[in-house]
Ligand binder design. Structure first.
Ligand SMILES: [Fe+2]
Length: 321
């Protein structure tokens, strides 16, 4: 999973960098084969419409697999890895928890505003900023990067002065902090760990051919003050082969979580090309459903059961013994 290079770095080096600079950056953190395998766990083409499962949801030009701890063992192994827990143990001074996590695929275009990640929510709505320490772990999974990660140097030290703002405008940053903007041309397998109070964004892009895949998760020092802070964690029990009190606390077993999964999606959040594609898929299904419904209306229930038995027997006779 992790490269030999990342494994040579000590946890203290990583944590020192975050404490001093507000971030730690490693260009080659994940092996290429791990990235390929973890991406194969997700089918970004298949979206959930009346599927009784967890899967991909669309919001505008972005696709999300929010419940990766329920869907991808490889991402579970990364998010709960010893390396991540050791970094958290060294960084935090009180009880910490995984507060959100997701795969995110951005297509065609996107304009992310400058922001911090120390958000408080009322259900799915942002309602303010908090002062808890927290870490954002962000892994780039795409081959190319036309939308680098950007961060304003030392902003983790002063962003609280702007706690009443949901976002900061591009113009304000350009006017006051142009010289402080750090740009990271992240590659496939790169890792950024940053203080959630640092002002950051993904640089905007407009390229119909470009697709950006990332895996991100956030850990906050929830302590005892912020009961209910964090998104609901759905974990596949088959993945849990290493449950310990430490891991149980990190994943929030038995802990109240008040925020729904991000994004708050529905058919209404589909972009026009995706909406049209969905219509194409729905039309034949609708015709099939009408034919089925017609058959059910015209045939008495007893005849339907007889028909099902006939089909079953036909299949049985052709099945190899
Ligand atoms: Fe962010």
């Amino acid at each position: 999973m992790f490269t030999a290079y990342l494994n040579t770095l000590s946890v203290l080096e990583i944590v020192d960098s975050v404490q001093k600079d507000g971030f730690f950056y490693c260009e080659t953190a994940l092996t290429s084969s791990y990235v390929d395998r973890v991406l194969a766990d997700i089918n970004f083409e298949s979206i959930l419409v009346n599927h009784n499962d967890v899967g991909v949801a669309i919001s505008g030009t972005q696709r999300f697999l929010t419940h990766c701890l329920a869907k991808s063992k490889l991402s579970y192994d990364l998010i709960t890895s010893r390396k991540v827990l050791d970094i958290c143990n060294a960084y935090f001074t009180d009880r910490y928890q995984l507060t959100n996590h997701r795969f995110c695929q951005t297509r065609r275009q996107f304009h992310m505003p400058w922001h911090t990640d120390n958000n408080l929510q009322n259900a799915s709505q942002l309602c303010g900023k908090h002062s808890m320490p927290g870490l954002l772990f962000l892994f780039y999974l795409s081959e190319q990067n036309r939308s680098p990660f950007q961060l304003i140097k030392n902003s983790h030290r002063w962003s609280h002065y702007y706690a009443q703002e949901i976002y900061l405008s591009d113009r304000w940053v350009e006017t006051h902090h142009r010289q402080d903007v750090l740009t990271f041309n992240m590659q496939k397998g790169s890792l950024m760990i940053c203080d959630i109070h640092a002002i950051h964004r993904a640089a905007p892009f407009c390229d119909r051919e470009h697709t950006r895949n990332i895996l991100l998760f956030q850990v906050d020092q929830v302590g005892d003050r912020y009961i209910g802070h964090g998104e609901q964690n759905l974990v596949n029990t088959a993945f849990i082969d290493n449950l310990s009190p430490e891991l149980s606390s990190y994943l929030g077993f038995g802990t109240r979580r008040d925020y729904p999964a991000f994004p708050n999606s529905s058919v209404a959040t589909l972009d026009i090309p995706d909406l049209l594609q969905l219509q194409q898929q729905l039309l034949p299904l609708m015709l099939k459903a009408i034919a089925k419904s017609l058959l059910k209306t015209l045939l008495p229930g007893e005849h339907l059961v007889g028909l099902k038995r006939l089909l079953w027997n036909l299949k049985s006779s052709t099945r190899p013994q």
